[in-house]
Design a protein around this ligand. Structure first.
Ligand code: GRE
Ligand code: ZN
Length: 323
């Protein structure tokens, strides 16, 4: 299918490149990977063209800004990365747009940076790599806490989507099994936890128009949603949302197919969130664009539904002006 839109697609500056190294196996693969992730031109466009992807919203790699302990440095890094991304996407506005990287260590600075990127660069929203570290590696800062309500107020005012993207975490219970901390498990587990914390904090009662995107077919939440609400009747301790958690998930979240090209998983996610809230993405260059696109293209479903997932849902969500 042509005309697809993808938006969990990563790019890196030299300064954040090393953050990806540990996740990319083998030195020959690393050579190719570096070329792919640093490029915002011919290499990426050729992959998009081969796989029917018309438009990509590009974001900085993970964890990048979220792992910079010095807040001033985090603010500066986000600003420089966003400036550079703006310059590059402006060369091909017909094919690329940007998501803002945000210095979440300082909620006010993060809100200001988002506003700048939307107003000055026409970025389509933000992509943030999970919790932030500030001053010292511990504790992890999640954005449901009261210090972030003002930030969310600004996101709500700007009315742009916020992509909650994974990063590695450091659960004590993962000790001795470092593979558990990253993309096979920990990325998704921590992102799901973060999403549930947002739902349970009353955030969406305060700002009902917030639009949060999570990747990897919903990071496991669609599969668990029924049980979460079912068990919450008996264990609601500390839950401050006014409504059932599932209602927030179904009204305030969108999910993408990034990095999870499994048909049974897709069927589950689709039947839980519905055709308007599931959208195509790849997770380039951590994933192979052809794996994502050929899997998606081969799905047996009505073409009109496929077009929503591949394209029209994204046009609506990001208010894209594609011809
Ligand atoms: C990602 O950014 O999506 C990612 C990483 C590292 C490994 C896998 C992955 O940053 O999907
Ligand atoms: Zn990703």
């Amino acid at each position: 299918m042509n005309g697809k839109i993808a938006f969990e697609e990563h790019w890196s500056i030299m300064e954040t490149l090393e953050d990806a190294h540990g996740f990319v196996g083998g030195s020959s693969h690393w050579d190719t990977f570096q070329r792919q992730i640093l490029d915002l031109g011919d290499i990426r466009l050729a992959e998009m063209d081969k796989n029917g992807i018309e438009f990509t919203i590009v974001s900085l790699n993970a964890p990048a800004v979220q792992a910079v302990l010095d807040t001033k440095k985090a603010i500066d890094l986000a600003r420089r990365a966003n400036d550079k991304l703006a310059e590059l996407v402006a060369k091909r506005p017909d094919r690329f747009a940007g998501f803002a990287a945000l210095p979440m260590q300082d909620p006010e600075a993060a809100a200001a940076e988002l506003g700048r990127c939307i107003k000055d660069f026409g970025f389509k929203g933000a992509l943030v790599n999970g919790f932030s570290q500030k001053d010292k590696p511990d504790p992890s800062i999640y954005y449901d806490i009261p210090a972030y309500r003002g930030f969310w107020g600004e996101v709500s005012k700007l009315d742009v989507p916020f992509y909650l993207h994974p990063r590695g975490n450091r659960e004590a219970s993962y000790e001795g099994h470092p593979w558990l901390t990253s993309s096979p498990w920990g990325f998704g587990a921590d992102t799901a936890l973060h999403a549930l914390r947002l739902c349970g904090s009353g955030l969406f009662d305060d700002y009902p128009n917030l639009k949060i995107i999570i990747g990897h077919m919903g990071e496991g939440i669609p599969y668990s949603l029924w049980r979460i609400d079912a068990r919450m009747r008996f264990s609601p301790r500390g839950y401050t949302g006014k409504r059932y958690l599932g209602e927030y998930f179904l009204e305030n979240f969108y999910i993408t197919t990034s990095g999870n090209f499994s048909t049974p998983t897709f069927q589950c996610a689709l039947s839980v969130v519905g055709i308007d809230r599931i959208l195509f993405s790849v997770d380039y260059p951590f994933e192979d664009t052809n794996d994502a696109a050929s899997w998606f293209d081969s799905l047996q479903m009505a073409e009109s539904d496929k077009l929503k997932i591949a394209r029209t849902n994204a046009i609506k969500l990001f208010d894209l002006k594609l011809k």
